[in-house]
Every structure is written in structure tokens, then in C-alpha cells.
Ligand binder design. Sequence first.
Ligand code: DGL
Length: 248
Amino acid sequence: MIGLFDSGCGGLTVLRAIRARAPQVDIVYFGDIRNAPYGSKSQKELERLTKNGIQVLQSFGAKDVVSACNSASTSFLEGATRGRFVEMTRPTARAMRLLAGARVLLLATEATVKSGIYNDALDPIVSLTPLPAALLASSIENGEDNAEISRIVSTLFDIVARKKFDAVLLACTHYPLVRDVIQNEVDARWGHIPVLDPADAVAEEVVERFPIAGGGKTTFYISKESAPFQRLVRRLFGARKYAVEVVS
Ligand code: DGL
């Protein structure tokens, strides 16, 4: 069984990409909403939360683990965990080779930007401008409307308005949930350039590296009740009824 881990609903974008490639695999998902957002936490706190998240997943039977969270990926890379795992940056770097030489705006949480993991992974391949986005992930997590998301994104883009880009990389798994809103803001600033979601690259690495077995069951656990999370599960995964259980 594969376990997926995020601070909340962002990892659902990775789950969706894995499901599209491996409908038969059994998946257990843990969204640590009680401790969200992760993006404003210190490296030390993230290591502790990552270890805890992995333990939760293992206690429900996960053998292989995906960090469907960029902010927690640092801890995976630092060896906070043993065993088989996939994190966000390496598969993304592999996919970004197609864009070699491009000027890329890296939209990510403060923790991800501060960690430098994307600079390490991408600097030799593309020219990266990191833009730390406070508030964006938590606003998505809380189910804010598109007008509010637009306002936040526009204010962020003001910071880099004078620069030129060939692509924007969504380096937080929450952001693809509002990809259309971000694309509109990007189009208004820089013309129609690609807004990239690394979920597909991560899902490809998952099906390459992990055993794909089971009956296609998905089980959701969250560490705090959340109506927006419940709504999103229904929106993304359709009519089938899923149990979303709260664990402490
Ligand atoms: N979705 C996560 C990420 O990819 C975490 C966002 C947050 O909780 O701040 O970084």
C-alpha cells in the first residue's frame, strides 16, 4: 500500500495524478490539517511533523511513502526517514530537463524557498527566481474564494513584476488546486506561459518505483475536521463515497 502525506488538501493533487496512472493501487492519505500550514514552520518542526506523518501512514499499513508536500520534502532529503520514499523535487528536476535554459518563477512556501531544495535540484538546469508565498497555501486550505486567491497572487507577482519568465513552477502541492486563477494572473503579467504542476512527474516516479497492487481502495485520514477538505475529496474523486476519518 502507498501512503501519501501533506499538511492538508494539497497532496490530493498528487493523489489524483497517481490514481490516473494506477487505478488499482491501494492508497492511504494523511493530511495533517491540525498543524497546517507547514510552509511557515522551521526545519526542525517540519522534521518532527514529517516523522509523525510517516508513522501515521505506516500504522495504517503503508509500505511506501510519498511526500506530497514540498515543504516536508526537505526532511525526506535530509534522511529523516528510512525505506522507500518519493519526494517532490527530484522527479520535478527530471521533468524540467525539457525546459533547459528557461527562466522559471518558482512559486513555493517560505519553508521550501528557505531550504534551497529547488535551487539544489534545478539551478544547473534552469534559471530560477524563487518567490516565497506566505498565506497562499493556507488560504487554499481554508477554501477561500477565487477573488481572494487572485488578490493574494497578484500582490505576490508585484514583487517580481519587472522580471521576464518563460514558465512558472507550482512548487507547493496546494497551488494546482487554483491553477486556473494563477494562470490568469500569469497571463496578465507575462503573456501565456506554462504554469507547471509537478504532480505528473511525481506520479510517474511512483509507478516506476513502487509495487502497484491492491483493489484500488483510497482511505483518507486528517488530523482535524475540515469541511473544505471533505468538499475537495468529493470534487476531485467524484461520486464514489469515501470515508474521511479524523485521527488525533
Ligand atoms: N502543500 C504543501 C507544500 O507543497 C504545504 C503547504 C503548507 O502547508 O504551507 O509545500
